[in-house]
Unconditional design. Structure first.
Lengths: 110, 110
DNA sequence: ACTCTCCGTAAGCCATGGCTTACGGTAAGC
DNA sequence: GCTTACCGTAAGCCATGGCTTACGGAGAGT
């Protein structure tokens, strides 16, 4: 599907712990950069850079409000990742089912 | 929940593109290290190192079969990540709902 | 026993990228 | 209009980690 690339970008983006922390805060409540930076152990420019990555990955959106930039999560980004996970989830279950069946056959053939 | 740490490890682990490629192949079909390395542009030791990270993240399991090590995906690892995503998914939807409501209120108050 | 295959680990190299400080630009308040 | 607050970008530093080659051990076949 077309969202595969976005899902991969999303996973790469959320691979960084600081970015996850920012993303979690934005998910709880939309907020400007300064507010986010105040509760984190990194500088404001660092948060700004992380938000850029998250935005390019399709996980958050940016909205200008005066001199502030309000960031909020983009549900489509999460949806793309869920789809990716579900695809491999079912593939994993199928593979596990084959494994279990083979185990059973071997036990019977002893 | 107790799975939060595992979910975070899983996201960190899948942040790397090579690791995602390995994980996708294992998800399709359980396989030994050599088979996985043959289809990838990196050396076998590199694959071995990635599998170690995936194993520590709870995303794959290891099974000794003679001189081979069969790797297969651990459904629990994917489940933990799904739970994490779903939690922030619903948080995102709630936040978005508040946003939409406020937008509506402002329009009414003009 | 010998060999051959399969694999994990160690050591080391080097690019990636996360962080900081410094700067400039824009909107709001007085 | 001047100052002040908020923010993105540039430049540069440095740790992290991904990759390779080299090595050693353990099981399978002859």
């Amino acid at each position: 599907m077309a969202n595969t690339a976005r899902a991969l970008d999303g996973l790469s983006a959320l691979g960084d712990p600081t970015r996850r922390a920012i993303f979690e805060r934005v998910a709880k409540k939309a907020a400007p950069v300064g507010d986010l930076a105040r509760g984190l152990p990194v500088s404001r420019p660092a948060v700004s850079q992380h938000l850029r990555v998250l935005k390019e990955a399709g996980l958050v959106t940016e909205e200008a409000a005066g001199t502030r930039r309000i960031y909020r999560v983009d549900p489509r980004g999460i949806a793309a990742m869920r789809e990716w996970l579900d695809a491999h989830w079912s593939a994993a279950l199928d593979a596990f089912k084959d494994f279990a069946d083979n185990q059973h056959d071997e036990e019977n053939s002893l």
